[in-house]
Write a protein that binds this ligand. Structure first.
Ligand code: MN
Length: 352
């Protein structure tokens, strides 16, 4: 009798699994709907926002995730944490999406954080916000919540890749504009699928999304993005240095440091930008009250990164992390990422 029951049980389990496989999308969407219903949405609008010095992934993850939440029936709007870089402006323009409004204080607001979970990278007041969700692909940061939250953090190429898995799980249709934004953020964050952060899941996303975007030639589209990103025409040293900049605290990396990323497309721009940033770094250190500041000047055409540094102990730390150099910069092969290459190496050097 026991054996018969066991076999019946087994058959039932298989049946349930088979039926949930055949109707995977709707069941998952229903399941997740009740998870989201449990959050305290309040009566007003919940703002979806990425990190300060917003890049394409920070902005596009906020826009696409706000869209997804609206599709599931929640009142959400995307916001940005500051002026957009030229690449992001180009991407939004290309897919006919308006630049979201700037939100510079989160105090008292209901917030979904995308592409960051670290208060230091968030707009001010985030410690006094009601954080309902975190959608990210970075190391877990210092954001805390009073109530249970929905959190989806994956070690993959972009926050938009995480958003993409959500679209699929909840069975929400992806139109040309949302596909275009997610695709652009993926290309931007992974340096055209070459960075060390690129995962198999990102490759699947690339294959599935590309046909939806209407982009005929992904290579030339990426080149167009890179050109926009590196066009600092008319920008001051200050604007260039802080256009892609992040602060790190002693707890996270061993000292109070700031790291900027600057991109160039050819040798003359590389030398010019590197010299300008070297001259600007004392001002940057003063402005952000850091012990050390670093910048990664990335040549996207010839595939190398020059590291420059300023502040007491900065040269030693940089050389310990990236090798000795006879010049006032350290040249590394490849396009380093701040998150996967620079921060771990410099943290180790600073803590040693
Ligand atoms: Mn990102």
């Amino acid at each position: 009798m026991k054996k018969v029951l066991f076999i019946w049980g087994l058959a039932l389990t298989v049946l349930i699994q088979l039926s949930s496989c055949s109707d995977n999308e709707s069941i998952a969407a229903e399941d997740f709907k009740c998870v989201f219903d449990a959050l305290d949405w309040g009566k007003g609008t919940t703002y979806v926002i990425g990190h300060k010095s917003p890049d394409t992934d920070a902005v596009c993850s906020a826009i696409t995730y706000a869209y997804l939440m609206r599709a599931l029936g929640y009142r959400c709007e995307a916001r940005v944490a500051g002026e957009l870089n030229n690449e992001t402006k180009m991407v939004l323009n290309r897919f006919g999406i308006e630049i979201p409004k700037v939100l510079d204080n989160a105090e008292g607001e209901r917030i979904i954080m995308t592409d960051h979970s670290e208060l230091q990278h968030a707009i001010s007041g985030m410690d006094k916000a009601k954080i309902l969700q975190i959608i990210d692909h970075h190391a877990l940061g210092s954001a805390v919540t009073a109530a249970p939250l929905y959190c989806r953090i994956m070690p993959i190429g972009s926050s938009c890749s995480v958003v993409y898995t959500s679209f699929k799980d909840y069975g929400v249709t992806i139109g040309k504009d949302m596909a275009g934004l997610m695709m652009s953020a993926l290309l931007s964050d992974t340096n055209n699928m070459t960075s060390t952060t690129t995962s198999a899941l990102d490759s699947i996303m690339y294959e599935e999304l590309l046909p939806l975007t209407g982009i005929a030639d992904a290579e030339s589209y990426y080149q167009e993005m890179a050109d926009s990103l590196a066009s600092y025409t008319g920008m001051t040293d200050d604007e260039i240095f802080f256009s892609d900049y992040k602060d790190y605290s002693a707890e996270s990396v061993g000292s109070e440091i700031g790291i900027a990323v600057v991109n160039s497309l050819d040798e003359s721009a590389q030398v010019n930008l590197r010299n300008r940033m070297v001259r600007f770094m004392p001002t940057a250190l003063e402005k952000r009250k850091r012990k050390m500041v670093f910048a990664m000047i990335i040549n996207k055409t010839n595939d190398y990164t020059d590291i420059i540094y300023y502040g007491e102990g900065a040269k030693q730390a940089a050389e310990e992390a990236f090798g000795k150099s006879n010049t006032d910069y350290i040249r590394c092969k490849g396009q380093l990422t701040r998150k996967n290459d620079f921060v771990p190496a410099i943290s180790k050097a600073l803590k040693d």
